[in-house]
Design a protein around this ligand. Sequence first.
Ligand code: SF4
Length: 242
Amino acid sequence: MTENLINTVDLDAQFQLENPQKIIKYAIKQFDNIAISFSGAEDVVLIEMARNYRPDIPVFCLDTGRLHAETYRFIEKVRKHFGIKIDVISPDGEAVRKLVVEKGLFSFYEDDHKECCGIRKIEPLRKKLLSLDAWITGQRKDQSPTRAEIPVIQDDKVFARPGATLTKFNPLANWSSKEVWDYIRLCEVPFNDLHERGFISIGCEPCTRPVAPGQHEREGRWWWEEATKKECGLHAGNIDSK
Ligand code: SF4
């Protein structure tokens, strides 16, 4: 394979104006060992698009243990709707137990969400990505100030195996929320019931709340923290750590 030699900066420039389907098609053609990271929300459109090129596209999602019941039901609905396998990844039980024993079940309201997200999301993701050459996410520029500059294709240095490359595709980067929803309706793709109750960006139950009309979707996530810090670490490269 020639993936390691791909210049992702040039490719990103080349694909910036392409539609998400074309980016996904390219990703699947280039990488056998690729998977979609499904969050249990609107990024279900990635699965709908990808199955045209690879019906058995590997899909994984992170079960933090703190998701809404609606999200678990939605994951199951997606599994059945597409007839696919979904790798639902749990965090390390001992690490969760230690956190809860030492700090309780809601420590993220008192310090910040980094420790809990680290145990429940980032470490499981890190382990999963060690087994992949490329991954596809549903990140969009319009989701958050921290995502305003995300490329369509990038060299993921945060989660790459030592000595190897990991290519990250963000095919929806340049789509708006409206475009995603138009696609969901057009293709009659299932969606999370929480979207009908004012939730836009959906994460863990204790850290997500509905937003009022006119509020930015990210205001419903970690609302007690600054907007420029609202990343859980899954896309750590989006935040300048300086
Ligand atoms: S979003 Fe909240 S509950 Fe979920 S892993 Fe992060 S801090 Fe923990």
